[in-house]
Design a protein around this ligand. Structure first.
Ligand code: CO
Length: 162
């Protein structure tokens, strides 16, 4: 395993539509391990492969609750319900936070590292993290859709970036 370098806005890879994964091999397993290690090292709650310069539809999420680490390949949101507005940050956009409107509950389907399809329901902050990461796969950053943004460089870092 190794910690990868997190690319920062305005790196063009963050604006690409990431490619579907078709090969479920040892390279994918290593990518997922490295992504989780990089996310934890940066004290983030989610990471998408484009954030380490790899334009593939792969995300990891761990918001620190009972759901633990979720690795998802080719994620698709099947259902959206309700609304929530809350603060977000991004490991690729240091020192900026913003309030973002998201669905409050989603059902997301994807594949694991072996290519097996699974589905999960996410609510609240967990649902927010998935929506943020899946946006990354479509070249969308939270600053594109935030209701506002504010500088947090003068504050103590709390984590919570995605
Ligand atoms: Co992000």
């Amino acid at each position: 395993m190794s910690i990868r370098i997190i690319v920062k806005d305005p790196d063009p890879v963050l604006r690409e539509v990431a490619k579907e994964v078709t090969k479920f091999n040892s390279n994918l397993k290593k990518l997922l391990k490295d992504m989780a290690e990089t996310m934890y090292d940066a004290e983030g709650v989610g990471l998408a492969a484009p954030q380490i310069g790899i334009s593939k539809r792969v995300i990891v999420v761990d918001v620190g609750d009972e759901n633990g680490l979720v690795e998802m390949v080719n994620p698709v949101i099947l259902e959206r319900e309700g609304e929530q507005i809350g603060p977000e940050g991004c490991l690729s956009i240091p020192n900026l936070n913003g309030e973002v409107l998201r669905a409050d509950r989603i059902v997301v389907q994807g594949q694991n590292s072996d290519g097996e399809t699974f589905k999960l329901e996410a609510k609240g902050y967990f649902a927010r993290a998935f929506q943020h990461e899946i946006d990354h796969l479509n070249g969308v950053l939270f600053t594109d859709i935030a209701l506002n943004t504010y500088d947090i460089s003068d504050r103590v870092k709390k984590g919570g970036e995605q």
